[in-house]
Design a binder for this molecule. Sequence first.
Ligand code: CA
Ligand code: CA
Length: 299
Amino acid sequence: MEMIPKEKGVLLMSAKNIPVMCVDSNAIIVFETYDCFSNQILTEDQPFSSVGWNKINPATGPLFVNGAEPGDILKVEILDIKIASQGVMTTAPNLGVLGQIVTGETTKVIFIQGEKAIFNDKIQIPIKPMIGVIGTAPATEEIPTGTPGAHGGNMDCKKIIKGSTLYLPVNVPGALLSMGDLHAVMGDGEIVVCGLEIPGEVEVKVSVVKGESLPLPMLVDKEKVITIASAETLDEAAKMATIHMHQFLVEHLDIGIDEAGMLLSLVGDLRICQVVDPLMTARMEFPQWILDQYEYTLK
Ligand code: CA
Ligand code: CA
């Protein structure tokens, strides 16, 4: 299987990026990824500020997918996520929800043993490896890999895990997919601006979907279909994620406008992805079993 090495990466998602590999639709490929600090923090005496901003949130890629044209959808099936045996977390003043409260720059190296992250001598946290940054190139803008948006990017959505399928917009020929910023585990919100940051490898299948209209980015797993939206405030992001799901229900399941709203009120779960990046990200989760009742399957 072909692998894109971690050294081939970008700090901007942009149509101007030169692809590092080209594949056909339905290809399976591995992205090797740095952690969000470009693997620069290895010991607890290295503070967050020791990492230059030009080393933060690198994304491996971009990958050019043959046949992907603007207006298509790039389907990214997350087949596997392998993580390293050592991850890291940092705090820093004025960063994140607790920026006014944390006492200073603290670095914590956290080891992975089996399926657990060894947080301290009392707490071992079950890991749930996820992808923080994954996106395609925007049509004209150049968006830093640390920012989320309609193109995907730094969504920090803890549901982007092995077994899930992410749908992203194709804005430029080839789509130009890149990804990085794996977390061994992360809670909704990403309170101190990091998950358990860790290098790794992501195996994906990429396919071009034509003639379909979905409110993107959209994520699907066995139990949920999820719309993800990012905006300047969490309120706006939450509203946008909800409107996107509503739009999906009305357009694809042929449910009436008001009835779809009622369904969202009954079984839709509006959740926070993160509140610490340049834009805030929220998601609306809706149960797959209702799609099954309508015999609807995403392509
Ligand atoms: Ca992130
Ligand atoms: Ca991160």
